[in-house]
Design a protein around this ligand. Structure first.
Ligand code: BG6
Length: 483
């Protein structure tokens, strides 16, 4: 197979929080894989920066271990790991103090791309970007990468934006939502805007409703303290599900440039109607067969935080009036499944008396696992017995239909290389994040005011009953989670 990897310019990437969980699990193994594929040249360097006192050799060992533990098993190769870690450096630094900044200055080279990845608590963003500017380490064309959570509400997101913009232009700021780096999420744009088949049907005249599901089988996994302050609404809906909704609902941008795409996404968020409590189902997983409950994992017996949420969302514009978007996401569900399912309207007239022609008519865009696109259609049930209808799938599982393709890139790989390339299309703009919080805030505060408590669901199921009712009430049903 001929590799289609296009090398990027030489860079110095400074990774703040380099010994942290996200760096070890995702960022460093992703960089390793891109290095292994030959995407960056020998002169590019990654400089780890964190509070821990350690020398370069210890940092390289830590990264080698992270790659062995979290890299794709068939890609872990000791020779490649040795070559990769040889490009790493380390600086012990205090975000809020003087230690390490001079040392970091000495590490920076001229005439290469400078990128600063803040894989640290948002409370440190302001201190780090101010120091980067005042020391001259960051220049006018440097790039700043920040991770979610980007704020806890509108006010805190505005404060973070202010701290970043006091030091950098919007064109230098890369706010990561890793869902935008997923292969199928980008494919959604290709499907909609590179084919003329779907766009004429992509509106409320032809689409009955849309279901967006991000179901996880894992629980809160040692992140109980953070999660209990966030819940599914802040952790998943305000960002990941919102992005999926935007890409599904947005108008075709004039071109595939960062601002053209992001302008259209902002318009979708601004068109969202406020969501009432009756259109929301919140749940908390309870203990089953000795598995701890949500409140055990969160370490908070009185917690009212949701580990599951389903909601009916209306996009109030010409294209979508009358077509609801149902969103749901939760932890400890039956299976890990993420998909966008677009349900087309029933045919206007049924000529097949006694048989239901509306069994199919669903386009499913699967994000994970088994990335692909399936169009469920209604066909004649083969064989004798008259004109009976059944459902059959036009299936495009990418692993089957594109066997020659390289494995889909991990979302982080794609996004980090986009930072080096200077392409912001798959990153959230400041106004986009603020608009999403402006929509989410009143929903969240409404729960506290009305004392709207989450209901319980069993681990390994598809969530609380209220979520089923949310659709039954409208004469619709959720697609099943898992087989
Ligand atoms: C993160 C959330 O942003 O996304 C986690 O904080 C969640 O709670 C994760 O598990 C899901 O990502 P993915 O790529 O595994 O679907």
């Amino acid at each position: 197979m001929v590799s289609r990897v296009i090398p990027v310019q030489s860079f110095d990437l400074v990774l703040f929080g380099a010994t942290g969980d996200l760096a070890r699990r995702k960022i460093l193994p992703s960089l390793y894989h891109r290095f292994q594929l030959g995407q960056f040249c020998d002169s590019s360097r990654i400089i780890g920066a964190s509070r821990s006192d350690m020398d370069v050799a210890s940092f390289r060992n830590l990264v080698a271990d992270a790659v062995r533990q979290f890299g794709q098993k068939d890609e872990v190769n000791e020779e490649d790991i040795a070559a990769f870690v040889a490009q790493l450096d380390y600086v012990a630094i205090d975000a809020k103090g003087d230690r390490g900044w001079q040392d970091l200055t000495k590490h920076m080279r001229q005439d290469v791309v400078r990128a600063f990845y803040l894989s640290v608590a948002p409370s440190l963003f302001g201190d780090i970007v101010t120091r980067l500017r005042s020391t001259g380490i960051a220049t006018d064309d440097s790039r700043i990468v920040v991770e979610k959570p980007f704020g806890h509400d509108l006010a805190s997101a505005q404060a973070l934006n202010q701290a970043l913009r006091a030091n950098f232009e919007e064109s230098q700021i890369y706010r990561i939502d890793h869902y935008l780096g997923k292969e199928t999420v980008q494919n959604l744009m290709a499907l909609r805007f590179a084919n003329s088949l779907f766009e004429p049907l992509w509106n409320s005249s032809h689409i009955d409703h849309v279901q967006i599901t991000v179901a996880e089988s894992i629980g809160v996994e040692g992140r109980g303290e953070y999660y209990d302050r966030s819940g599914a609404m802040r952790d998943m809906v305000q960002n990941h599900l919102m992005q999926l909704l935007c890409l599904t609902a947005m108008e075709p941008p004039g071109n595939f440039t960062p601002d053209a795409v992001r302008n259209e996404k902002v318009k979708v968020i601004e068109a969202l109607e406020p969501v009432k409590n009756v259109d929301i189902a919140r749940g908390q997983y309870r203990s089953k067969n000795g598995n701890g409950s949500y409140t055990d994992h969160a370490g908070n017996p009185d917690s009212q935080t949701e580990s599951y949420i389903a909601m009916k969302v209306q996009v109030a514009n010409w294209r979508w009036a009358g077509t609801p978007f149902y969103l749901r996401t939760g932890k400890c569900l039956r299976e890990r499944t993420s998909e966008i399912a677009v349900f087309f309207r029933d045919p206007p007239h049924n000529i097949f008396q006694g048989s239901d022609p509306a069994k199919g008519n669903v386009l499913v865009i699967r994000l994970q696992p088994d990335e692909g696109i399936t169009l469920h259609t209604t066909i004649k049930d083969p064989g004798p017995g008259g004109m009976r209808l059944t459902e059959a799938a036009l299936d495009m599982t990418f692993a089957d239909s594109l066997p020659e393709a390289e494995r889909p890139q991990d979302a982080y790989e794609r996004l980090i290389m986009d930072v080096i390339r200077g392409n912001q299309t798959l990153f959230m703009r400041g106004d986009e994040v603020e608009a999403a919080w402006a929509w989410a805030d009143p929903i969240i505060s409404g729960w506290a005011e009305s004392r709207y408590a989450p209901s319980q669901y069993d681990i390994g199921t598809s969530g609380p009953e209220d979520a089923l009712l949310l659709l039954h009430r409208d004469g619709r049903r959720w697609r099943s989670i898992g087989k």
